[in-house]
Design a protein around this ligand. Structure first.
Ligand code: HEM
Length: 338
């Protein structure tokens, strides 16, 4: 009895000490206008932060945009929130975002590369790079995607060819219920393949299926709760199972892409580029020969750009098309017009 009482009083005082410490930290943690040197602009307003947790308790991490919209009602279109220890300035609303991205494009051009995306791309490629590397890769991708048909008649032919294969798959369900996610992802990936590699894959090709599956899996893993926590506290990385899986998936996909690229390299004809990869290789060769500067057209940038095009283009376009199908099923008279 005495022992139990002793334990209760020890754990009680421990709890009191922890609470006291937290209150002290809370009191000491910055809130309201920040005490910067004179002449510096004050930090945008925001809710009071908790030590270590920041404002995590006020944010619904599954629908972060909703929590941020709520906060903007109180703190205005430019405010500060802390995702754990990471302080973030939020721009809310069309007018504010447009003003930043359009009127001050240079200042707002950089993208925050979170630890998970740094693990995967190491600053290479288009989406998860910044500065000169990003500018060059983006410019090259945009002009080449146009050359190989995106937004032009060239891609119309590729899309119509792929649609024939897709319709065959859907007809196999004989009008019964079916999940359109995988067939549409395969079809979209194939159109990107035709633009990137210069050829499509058969839907039952195990290499193709595995690559699309791994890319889709990674899309989900990168948004999972444990990866969001990892992004805030990167030192927990070695213990996060989803991160190990994500890195492994990405390694396997990169290895497949490298072997596809090696195949294209052996049959490269600079006067007849079959797709994005050929153009990239030709540009790399010509920069190497002219040797004016360290070329950015190296293999790491190529593999990561290819991977970016698939991951940026597949789920986005596939999901948009599935909404189209859903709406057409709901409104058959519109379906008729389409
Ligand atoms: C309905 C379809 C699509 C939607 C809704 C969509 C949406 C977006 C959005 C919102 C961004 C900007 C992301 C940011 O700045 O953080 C973006 C960037 C990008 N998208 Fe798409 N996208 C679609 C299709 C595609 C396709 C088909 C491709 C290529 C095959 C593609 C390639 C890219 C690339 C490379 C970027 C990064 C650009 C840069 O860093 O400058 N997207 N997309």
């Amino acid at each position: 009895m005495v022992l139990v009482e002793g334990l209760v009083s020890v754990s009680g005082s421990l709890l009191a000490a922890v609470l006291l410490l937290l209150l002290l930290l809370l009191y000491l943690s910055p809130s309201g206008p920040d005490p910067r040197p004179e002449g510096c602009r004050p930090e945008p307003p925001g809710p009071r932060v908790l030590p270590l947790l920041g404002n995590l308790l006020q944010l619904d991490l599954k629908r972060t945009y909703r929590s941020l919209c709520e906060l903007s009602k109180k703190y205005g279109p430019v405010f500060t929130v802390s995702f754990g220890p990471k302080k973030v300035v939020v721009l809310a609303g069309y007018k504010t975002v447009k003003q930043a991205l359009q009127n001050q494009a240079e200042e707002f051009a950089d993208r925050d590369i979170t630890p998970v995306f740094h693990d995967l791309n190491h600053g290479h490629g288009i989406i998860f790079s910044n500065g000169e590397n990003w500018r060059e890769m983006r410019r090259f991708a945009l002009s080449n995607l146009r050359d190989f048909g995106m937004g032009k008649r060239g891609s119309e032919e590729k899309i119509i060819e792929e649609t024939r294969h897709l319709v065959e798959v859907l007809e196999n369900f004989k009008g019964g219920p079916c999940d359109t996610a995988q067939p549409l992802n395969h079809a979209v990936s194939n159109i990107i393949s035709a633009i990137v590699y210069g050829n499509r894959f058969e839907y039952d090709d195990p290499l193709f299926r595995a690559m699309v599956d791994r890319a889709n899996h990674n899309f989900k893993l990168s948004g999972s709760a444990s990866m969001q926590v990892y992004n805030l506290f990167p030192s927990i990385g070695p213990w996060v199972k989803n991160r190990r899986r994500l890195v492994q998936n990405s390694r396997e996909n990169m290895a497949e892409m490298k072997s596809l690229i090696a195949g294209l390299r052996t049959s490269l004809d600079p006067s007849d580029c079959r797709g994005f990869v050929d153009s990239f290789l030709v540009r790399g060769q010509s920069e190497k020969e002219s040797d004016q500067r360290a070329s950015l057209f190296h293999e790491e940038n190529l593999v990561n750009s290819v991977s970016n095009l698939f991951s940026a283009g597949t789920d986005t376009t596939g999901t948009t098309l599935r909404w189209g199908l859903l709406l057409m099923a709901k409104y058959p008279h519109i379906q008729g017009k389409i």
